[in-house]
Design a protein around this ligand. Structure first.
Ligand code: 1AE
Length: 404
């Protein structure tokens, strides 16, 4: 690993001279031009000049256009230690320059150490909740827009009574005029405390952080001081730097959930954008997300399994100076998918569901219970059908959605 360089790997398609293209990128995105510079200027520019690390031409079928991986090093003295500066340097105007996709970025530890990483991470969240031996279960509020606080309070209690470990706001919950965030925090956290005295388990409520970007750090501090136990942020619409600043603030003392909204406009193309693992794995973890949602390979909004597994590895990998973050496969998840999710992603994850909980034939509380019974059964080596003999809630869920 080159310690003074950020190394970007790109996948490039097209009938190009890949070596020439790599050289153009290395020069064009650092010192701008090279050959025309006078000698003295060239010497001044040397420390800032990008370099081609490797050009690997890949095999392709005869009916496909040629493709190659280009690895380019960018001197760290050209950039600030933040995602906007790195992204603009390595993939600013280059992102508009034909069929080119940013696959990976390697940052030296001297640069990584300027990023907060998760404050709590997997271990910290397990410690707060007090559950260490199974995947955690998160429920998503659905139908919250326009509802008054007392109705949301009832809905919150129904979710917690279903034994879930976390409840998050819906990410589209912006106009909360009838149940403002501070009032929700107050009401829901009171219920959490009451329940903790009974169950000895701490439930986290993730309140959606919304509003003008310049107010978000202050709002996060205000919510944390008011007793919020978790924050939810639509990271890409607001910007990675917002997550970074909130996570780095010592007065924001709660875990942060990163929602993947808008990322589907950036990662799915094989030719353009950024890889899902870089966007939802590396960037989220180093910017400070404790919990990262992404579409599972099986649900309603699906991500290719290879991408989902790769980003999971990047969130959990021990080879990082930052704490591991919780991978959270989501979207269209129901109890019948639990064995498949645990088989593919392991048990150090959060299973997240909205419709799969609220859509249960016996209602929200039964929906949570059906999930928890499916999780406990899978961890103890039982099939869901075996477990359903002692769980009418799981039986109903399987009858409705099946076992995948
Ligand atoms: C990948 C994001 C999933 C999400 O935000 C969401 O609301 C899922 O809802 P359900 O579980 O599909 O109803």
């Amino acid at each position: 690993m080159e310690k003074d360089f950020v190394i970007a790997t790109y996948l490039v398609h097209g009938h190009l001279n890949f070596y020439k293209k790599a050289q153009e990128i290395a020069v064009g995105l650092t010192v701008g031009t090279w050959t025309d510079l006078p000698k003295a200027k060239k010497e001044q520019m040397i420390p800032h000049l990008g370099k081609v690390i490797e050009v690997k031409v890949l095999k392709h079928k005869s009916d496909e256009s040629p493709k190659a991986l280009l690895m380019i090093g960018y001197p760290i003295i050209n950039i600030n230690p933040d995602i906007p500066s790195i992204l603009t340097t390595v993939f600013g105007k280059l992102s508009m320059d034909g069929e080119i996709k940013l696959i990976d970025l390697q940052l030296p530890d001297s640069l990584l150490s300027n990023f907060p990483g998760p404050r709590f991470g997997i271990e910290g969240i397990r410690r707060i909740i007090g559950v260490h031996n199974r995947p955690l279960l998160m429920s998503i509020f659905k139908q919250c827009i326009g509802l008054p606080l007392h109705e949301l309070e009832k809905e919150y209690q129904n979710q917690v009574d279903g034994q879930v470990d976390l409840v998050k706001d819906d990410e589209i919950y912006f106009r909360d005029d009838f149940a403002p965030a501070l009032k929700r925090i107050d009401a829901f956290e009171k219920y959490n405390q009451q329940q903790q005295e009974i169950t000895e388990k701490r439930v986290l409520y993730a309140v959606n952080l919304t509003g003008p970007v310049i107010q978000l750090v202050e709002k996060a501090k205000q919510y944390s001081t008011a007793g919020a136990s978790c924050l939810l942020l639509n990271v890409v619409p607001y910007g990675f730097d917002v997550l970074h600043r909130i996570a780095a603030d010592p007065d924001v003392n709660v875990p942060i959930i990163a929602h993947p909204s808008f990322t589907g406009s950036l990662y799915p193309s094989p030719h353009y954008g950024l890889s899902a693992s870089l966007l939802l794995g590396k960037f989220m973890r180093l910017s400070g997300a404790d919990i990262v949602l992404f579409p599972s390979p099986y649900g309603s909004v699906a991500m290719p399994k290879e991408d989902a597994l790769e980003l999971t590895n990047l969130l959990q990998s021990p080879d990082s100076i930052h704490r591991p973050a919780f991978p959270t496969p989501s979207a269209g998840i129901h109890p019948g998918l639990v064995p498949t999710i645990i088989r593919d992603f392991g048990d150090n994850i959060i299973i997240n569901a909205g419709g799969g909980i609220h859509g249960h034939p016996q209602g929200t509380t039964a929906g949570g219970k059906a999930f928890m019974d499916a999780i406990r059964a899978t961890i103890s080596g039982q099939t869901l059908d075996q477990a359903a003999e002692n769980s009418s809630e799981l039986r109903s869920a399987i009858d409705k959605w099946g076992v995948i």
